[in-house]
Ligand binder design. Structure first.
Ligand SMILES: [Zn+2]
Length: 394
């Protein structure tokens, strides 16, 4: 006996009394069969419902080869799973409604690709985080994507009421289906008026306005087609929120407007590439030998530039760069305890003891844990590194 599936005609019932008719197993987990169910089993690219059956946690719903619907459950420790009887059932509505938004949105978006670009939807998957459709298109760009998105969202703004039709093989030809049905016999057709007709057994919203929004968030070439990732409803809103926050914060840290940020980053990358090129040329050029600390300093600088030090702003000016240099010296000299190689901290301690330029601390006078003054702050005697957009002004 297979369950009566009530979600076909009613996607909005969230609580009902379920009559357990069998206790079985699915993928090694206990599963219940109900005489009648509103729980949606994973199928047609849509994920299964979650919820509760009595005190049991519903974690999956699957259809067996014999078309029986199995409700996979987890019982609290020590509780037995009943093989019969009536149990109060509740669907996780937040999850279900999210799936309804994605599914209805997918119908509308697929129809938009077909209507505007003559691009058929070859497959679709409604994922837990984002959904994808593979469309028969050779190429696409953001401008074209924008046209498709606007056409699809206009259908939402018009808040059209969806219609459900039951038909059969003999009459299915009366509907202008976007693609042929995958099933035979009794067939359900979901209609978005004046927009789309699809043979589908999933759950959908009553009206297009409940989808909220449809947003394409990426695409990739696949098998000669284009696979689009998209978000609908609450997912689209949450995605927009974090992207907005990220973009505005990034622009704020560069003291730019969000619309200037991409051009700013492109200039920064060009400057970085130029600095790397100049750094390599500088290392290759013959350098006259200079003895003492100044010579060591120049050699260190050339090697660091070649390693990409300039890219990281380590030869800029300012306290952060002082600390970076001091940390680098500490690592090269080895043996220092953490914190003792921090030039900034050492200067602060010296200032606290009243140290002034021209004097040397007792520790430095003994030559312990310090470097000759001429090499301590080489950046103060040299011109600043070229102004990098991501480095602080000198
Ligand atoms: Zn559908």
């Amino acid at each position: 006996m297979s369950s009566e599936r009530r979600y076909y005609d009613d996607s909005y019932t969230t609580r009902f009394e379920g009559q357990v008719v069998a206790l079985g197993e699915h993928a090694g987990k206990p599963a219940l069969e109900l005489a009648t169910t509103w729980f949606y089993p994973e199928s047609g690219g849509q994920l299964a419902d979650h919820g509760a059956i009595g005190a049991l946690k519903l974690v999956d719903v699957q259809v067996g080869h014999d078309e029986r619907v199995w409700h996979v459950v987890e019982a609290p420790a020590g509780d037995a799973i009943p093989a019969s009887g009536a149990l109060a059932c509740e669907i996780d509505w937040a999850r279900r409604f999210d799936h309804m938004q994605q599914h209805t949105g997918q119908h509308i978006l697929s129809a938009a690709f077909e209507r505007l670009l003559d691009g058929p939807t070859l497959s679709s998957t409604l994922g837990a985080e984002r959904s994808v459709i593979e469309v028969g298109l050779a190429e696409v760009d953001w401008r074209t994507v924008g046209r498709v998105e606007e056409a699809a969202n206009r259908v939402l703004w018009e808040d059209r009421a969806l219609k459900l039709h039951w038909t059969d093989d003999a009459h299915i030809g009366e509907f202008p289906l976007r693609k042929p049905p995958k099933v035979t016999g009794r067939i359900r057709v979901v209609e978005v008026p004046d927009w789309d007709w699809s043979a589908c057994g999933g759950t959908h919203t009553r009206r297009t306005g409940e989808v909220g929004a449809i947003k394409i968030v990426g695409w990739e070439r696949l098998r000669g087609n284009v696979r689009f990732a998209f978000l609908c409803g609450g997912r689209a809103l949450r995605d927009h929120a974090w992207r907005t926050e990220t973009l505005l914060e990034a622009a704020k840290r560069r003291s730019r407007s969000d619309r200037e940020l991409v051009a700013h980053l492109e200039r920064a990358l060009d400057e970085r590439d130029e600095l790397k090129k100049r750094g390599r040329a500088h290392v290759r050029a013959p350098v006259p030998r200079v003895g003492g600390a100044v010579g060591r300093l120049r050699d260190d600088r050339a090697r660091a530039v070649a390693r990409g030090g300039a890219r990281e702003g380590r030869f800029g000016c300012g306290p952060e760069n002082d600390r970076a240099r001091a940390a680098g010296r500490g690592a090269r000299q080895g043996g220092r305890q953490p914190g003792h190689g921090d030039g900034g901290a050492r200067r602060r301690r010296r200032r606290a003891r009243g140290f002034r330029g021209g004097e040397r601390s007792t520790r430095e006078a003994r030559g312990v844990g310090s470097e000759p003054a001429s090499a301590s702050h080489p950046h103060r005697r040299e011109p600043c590194a070229p102004s990098l957009p991501w480095s602080r002004p000198c």
